[in-house]
Design a protein around this ligand. Structure first.
Ligand code: ZN
Ligand code: ZN
Length: 1012
């Protein structure tokens, strides 16, 4: 028998290519009693590996291949939980005390964390092996003795690998001899990098990706044969027939390693309550908040709060609530705008603690959707959005409060999809960069293992005339790399707060953006039972903040009236580009048909335009009942109260829970289980079993069988398509209120949106165009009048200087502080502007205030000495009276190049006369005239996309922007088949089609043409 003790999972990043499940399955197939994982300098695979091994009945041994001070490799295995903690601390120190992504463990560190660790001398790149390979046997012996002394005579082994490399067998033999002399045991390892021999090629190509070489270039990291696969015990015994004890020792080591759990309830942090019980403090704060929120508490509210507090206490989550309360309080104290999102808004306690702004009692939201007492092992998950600019300040506050050793960010793993795989692998295979770029750009967002099939499926690929035969091998390799993690990254929001030093739970490393991350992602973190707080950036909150602080009137966003007629009018007109969650073509189309007149309609809208409800066909019945075209009858009067806000349609997850509780007498927890079952398992037998239970219970409570069956068919039909109402309520509220800003303070709101890019659905030029369409003047950048960001000037929007391409951050403040400048020379002298920036300023008209002939300004700039910094050279200034300025079209082009938008012109304006001759209508004409029959429209192409559809057929949606507004276009499959290539490779399109009778200014395409 044999146990693999040196094995790489995909978390060795670009060095190993078999999934953890594949590898563990091999071990189980060979009936190995245990299996070790040893990735390079990380434990990122540990949680998954532990889980997979336990499921397969294989003992997991967690270890790592660490890099030492001298750059050599050393294999370490944890014998116990203590050894695991030591490994975590060792790796943390190796990472944090060295340059990022070059971790190194010193001998000192190895000594410090040697307890309960078994060390194997390592691979071809180890200190011991490389010395012996160079026949420096005395030094090899010295190194061996050093490691034996560090780890102890029982816990250090000389590793023999037999990779059939030149000189390896001789070196292994020499090593075995020295080991015997020093009484150090030997051990045979496989140094596994893939499960199957056939994966050799993809491992090699990924090594090239990692080492930034191509397959034509040699590199010491590249393996020279395919011997690094998962060999069987028999193969290993044969390879090591000359050293049977090396094989036997693998079992001895596996036996010495204990099994232990990685998760622990003691990881949860305690909140410092100054001696009082956390539950008492939580109760007090909740009731204080309740009195502020509700003014007067009635029995219903008190009952609800007690119910929630009971469950929170029972599950031991009081500390968690206090921790989140504290974060929200700190944000309020600093005046940082925030909003709780997600299912946390199902909690009245969270509402009273000012964590969320949705009144769960008034909305009758079921708390069990958020915390289900019957699934107490799941930690609650609270997400809070912050004004993007200050989110990191809040994260810093948390770090200071709980200590640097107890707070870190969750990591993410970037995995290979089609585009990324093509970019990396094609480069390693030596394809020219331009070709790679073209190929990758054309690729839709698909998995890396579906590229070849995609050529049949997607017209834009099929009609691309790409020579498929040339790429066969590339696509085959991509498909083998599909889903492999490429590198470790930083999660945008997830902050871990631990009750114990984090470096005993996970290795800690520094991320590219400077913060500390653990080596586990958000799924692993849940399994570990680490507490995660999602502190997210939401740029819309920054835009809201900017709007309310710049409008001349005092404006309180929280108390914006929810029944404002003009706001609903704007929503009904579907001209809501810029509004939060209510601006996409699908959403605007819904709004024009829904004709919303109350906030509940908006909350439902947010939930309706989602893949689930669209696939589940909820939109049409909802609209039909909303407008009375379908009768609203309830088979049971108790349903009315639950479903009246959504016109009898089961749209929300909370409604399913309510129905199960009220009709069938489920407990809240049981009802949530039912919801989850419907969401996750859609197999028929299970559904039937659930249905029987529901119907039986409903009948016991007085329903007739028929009624019970009908009600179950409602929630069955819903099967997982529904949406969390609490989340929809939170987003719907912000959506409505931002529409209110768009209605009443459009200039301020557009300026705020433009200042906080990138965000939202539309690019800046569309927002500018929309502002102009609504009669708001847009003023170009101006070195004397522009501020850093977009501002409002006498009711007009002034483009900010940071919109100018290549503008250095530091220069912005300097320019603004020096205003006003009396002429170009003064500006150049004072603001010390680099030549490229000065040129951009001239091209976008920022110097028009000095001289509105832009070409002449460029000539004048030429008189400044070239180089990094423009300097005045008066001798060379000549008179440039007769230079002719650029044409408007040229100016527009320059402005797009420099600003990404044009304050003055729209590119379509210049071709409009030609378009008029060809009978092309404008967006405005379409909207006003609503012509019957065929129409032609043209515009800039915005966001072509293919959302999932109910029928499974492809439908492409995009928006065209012309100088008068927006036209939404729908392309059905047959037309897409013909014109897919045009849609996905052009920027300006001409579309022939007919008006969609549903919704405003929406065209169904019949023919599409590139407009050049
Ligand atoms: Zn190695
Ligand atoms: Zn290795």
């Amino acid at each position: 028998m044999f146990v693999h003790l040196h094995l790489h999972t995909p978390f060795s990043f670009l060095d190993a290519v078999s999934t953890i499940n594949e590898l563990v399955q091999r071990a189980a197939d060979f009936e190995m009693p245990g299996l070790a994982m040893t990735d390079h300098n990380n434990l990122s695979g540990a949680v998954q590996f532990h889980k997979a091994c336990c499921q397969a009945g294989v003992k997991p041994i967690i270890g790592a291949e660490v890099t030492t001070e001298s750059g050599h490799h050393l294999t370490l295995l944890a014998k116990s939980r203590v050894g695991y903690a030591n490994l975590c601390q060792l790796l943390s120190e190796a990472h944090l005390s060295n340059e990022r992504s070059h971790p190194q463990a010193t001998d000192q560190m190895l000594r410090e964390y040697a307890e309960d660790i078994i060390a194997l001398s390592g691979c071809w790149h180890s200190e011991v092996f490389s010395l012996a390979c160079e026949r420096r046997y005395a030094q090899a012996e010295k190194a061996m003795a050093k490691y034996r002394d560090i780890f102890g005579p029982d816990d250090f082994y000389v590793e023999l690998q037999e990779k059939l490399y030149p000189r390896q067998h001789a070196t292994d033999k020499a090593l075995a001899e020295i080991a015997e002399k020093l009484r150090v045991p030997v051990v045979a390892t496989g140094n596994v990098h893939y499960a199957d021999e056939s994966q050799y090629k993809v491992q090699d190509v990924l090594t090239c990706v990692r080492t930034l070489t191509t397959v034509d270039e040699p590199h010491p990291e590249r393996k020279i044969n395919a011997e690094f696969y998962f060999k069987s015990p028999r193969q290993m015994a044969e390879l090591f027939c000359w050293a049977p004890e090396a094989v036997a020792n693998t079992l001895r080591i596996a036996e010495q390693c204990q099994e232990y759990e990685l998760s622990d309830d003691r990881y949860l942090p305690r909140f410092d309550t100054n001696g009082c019980k956390p539950t008492q403090l939580l109760r007090r704060l909740t009731y204080e908040g309740a009195h502020q929120r509700y003014k007067r508490l009635n029995a219903k509210i008190s009952r609800r709060l007690e119910h929630e507090l009971d469950i929170i206490e029972q599950l031991g989550f009081a500390d968690y609530f206090l921790e989140v309360w504290d974060v929200a309080r700190e944000a309020r104290r600093r005046g940082i705008r925030y909003a709780g999102r997600g299912s946390a808004a199902d909690s009245a306690v969270a509402y009273c603690l000012y964590i969320t702004d949705v009144d769960a009692v008034a909305r009758n939201l079921s708390f069990e959707r958020f915390i289900n007492p019957e699934r107490g092992d799941n930690l609650p998950d609270i997400d809070i959005d912050f004004d993007a600019r200050y989110r990191d300040d809040i994260a810093d506050y948390v770090t200071r409060k709980y200590g640097e050793d107890k707070v870190a960010t969750v990591c993410t793993f970037q995995t290979y999809h089609a585009r990324g795989a093509i970019r990396d692998l094609a480069k390693a295979l030596g394809f020219p960069l331009e070709e790679i770029h073209r190929l990758a750009k054309l690729m839709p967002h698909i998995n890396a293992d579906g590229i070849e099939q995609a050529f049949d499926h997607f017209p834009e690929l099929r009609d691309s005339r790409l020579p498929l035969y040339k790429y066969r091998q590339l696509f085959e390799l991509c498909s083998q790399a599909a889903g492999l993690p490429r590198h470790i990254g930083t999660h945008l929001g997830g902050v871990i707060i631990s009750g114990q030093p984090l470096n005993t739970i996970s290795p800690i490393q520094e991320a590219a953006k400077g913060c500390r991350i653990i080596q586990f992602d958000k799924v692993d973190v849940e399994d570990l039972r680490l507490l995660k707080l999602d502190l997210l950036c939401l740029r819309m909150l920054s835009a809201v903040q900017d709007t309310v602080t710049t409008t001349p009137q005092q404006l309180d966003f929280n108390t914006i009236p929810l029944d404002d007629k003009d706001t609903y009018k704007l929503l009904n007109s579907a001209e809501t580009a810029g509004a939060f969650q209510l601006e996409s073509p699908a959403q605007r189309n819904l709004q024009s048909r829904l004709q919303a007149d109350n906030i509940e309609d908006i909350v439902a809208s947010v939930a309706l335009i989602r893949p689930g409800p669209i696939k589940g066909n909820m939109v049409e019945p909802f609209l039909a009942r909303r407008h009375g075209r379908e009768p609203l009858a309830y088979v049971d009067p108790r349903l009315e109260e639950i479903l009246k806000d959504t016109y009898g349609v089961v749209l929300f997850q909370e409604q399913v829970i309510e129905i199960a509780v009220r009709i069938a007498g489920f407990t809240g927890g049981e009802a949530d289980q039912l919801r989850r079952a419907l969401t996750h398992h859609r197999d028929k037998d299970k559904m039937q079993a659930i249905g029987k239970g529901f119907i039986r219970k409903a009948m016991q409570r007085g329903c007739t069988q028929q009624v019970a069956q009908t009600i179950f068919s409602y929630i069955e039909g819903y099967a997982g398509y529904g949406f969390c109402e609490a989340h929809a309520a939170a987003f719907g509220d912000t959506g409505y209120k931002t529409t209110y800003l768009l209605t009443h303070y459009p200039a301020y709101f557009y300026a705020a949106l433009l200042s906080n890019q990138p965000m939202g659905y539309f690019p800046p030029h569309t927002l500018i165009n929309e502002a102009k369409r609504r009669g708001i003047r847009v003023l170009g950048p101006d070195v004397n009048h522009s501020q850093v960001s977009f501002t409002v000037e006498d009711g007009a929007i002034r483009v900010g200087l940071k919109q100018v391409k290549e503008m250095p951050e530091t220069l912005l403040g300097q320019i603004v502080r020096g205003q006003p400048y009396s002429n170009l020379y003064e500006f150049m002298r004072q603001a010390k502007t680099p030549a490229n920036v000065a040129r951009n300023l001239a091209l976008c008209g920022a110097f028009d205030c000095f001289d509105n002939n832009r070409r002449r300004v460029l000539w004048q700039l030429g008189a400044f000495r070239p180089g990094q910094q423009a300097q005045l050279d008066l001798d060379q200034v000549c008179e440039l009276q007769d230079i002719e300025d650029f044409t408007d079209q040229e100016k527009c082009c320059h402005e797009w190049g420099v600003l990404g938008l044009s304050p003055t012109w729209h590119p379509l304006q210049f071709v409009r006369p030609k378009l008029v001759r060809e009978g092309v209508l404008t967006a405005q004409q379409i909207k006003q005239q609503r012509p019957a029959g065929a129409v032609k429209v043209a515009g800039l192409l915005i966001r072509p996309h293919r959302p999932p559809t109910r029928s499974g057929r492809t439908v492409v949606f995009f928006t065209l922007e012309d100088e008068t507004g927006l036209i939404d276009v729908t392309v059905f499959q047959n037309v897409y088949e013909q014109y897919g290539k045009e849609i996905f490779s052009s920027s300006v399109l001409l579309v022939e089609g007919h008006l969609d009778h549903r919704g405003t200014a929406s065209i169904i395409a019949d023919r599409i043409e590139k407009l050049s």
